[in-house]
Design a protein around this ligand. Structure first.
Ligand code: GDP
Ligand code: MG
Length: 163
């Protein structure tokens, strides 16, 4: 079976933008679990010769769950269950937020490999904005821009090292 990558992070950091750039049009069909809608959130991608499955956990709808922090937590837990490697996405423009710290704690405990993707690094002036995210305690951090499509190869290169 293909290794599985999960993209985790609070709403609005750019998970779906990056997911779509990585899969192109290669959506995968999956069965929904009771109480959880996962349709359209699984895709396939490849980097060099390495094929993988990828999940946009931010789109997972938890039935009856409308509290953002709680649903981000449940999405992170589902990702940990299913993924071989986790992309933890944050927003360079926003910096480290309390919701990011919440997700970081859950991922830390999981002991799964985590690569931090700092999205919205849209220009060179913003390249230094990635450093504050080292305070979350994860060693691998890559700056990317979903808007421009930059850094995604560097990100996948780090991720596939953990397969
Ligand atoms: P999600 O909620 O994490 O899935 O985030 P989305 O992919 O829906 O993106 C949230 C918002 O951020 C949208 O308005 C995107 O257009 C915007 N966005 C995504 N990537 C970038 C980026 O690299 N730079 C900037 N400036 N905006 C971005
Ligand atoms: Mg989304």
């Amino acid at each position: 079976a293909r290794p599985v990558i999960a993209i985790v992070g609070r709403p609005n950091v750019g998970k779906s933008t990056i997911f779509n750039r990585i899969i192109g049009d290669k959506l995968a069909i999956v069965e929904d679990k009771p109480g959880v809608t996962r349709d359209r959130l699984y895709g396939r991608g490849e980097w060099l010769d390495q094929e993988f499955s990828i999940i946009d956990t931010g789109g997972i709808e938890i039935e009856g769950e409308d509290h953002i922090l709680r649903s981000v937590r449940v999405q992170a837990e589902l990702a940990i269950e299913e993924a071989d490697v986790i992309i933890f996405m944050v927003d360079a423009k926003a910096g480290v937020t309390p919701a990011d710290s919440e997700v970081a704690q859950i991922l830390f405990r999981s002991q799964k490999p985590v690569v931090v993707a700092v999205n919205k690094v849209d220009n060179l002036q913003r390249a230094d904005d990635i450093y504050e995210f080292y305070s979350m305690g994860f060693g691998e951090i890559v700056g990317i821009s979903g808007a421009h499509g930059t850094g995604i190869g560097d990100l996948l290169e780090e991720v596939v090292k953990h397969f």
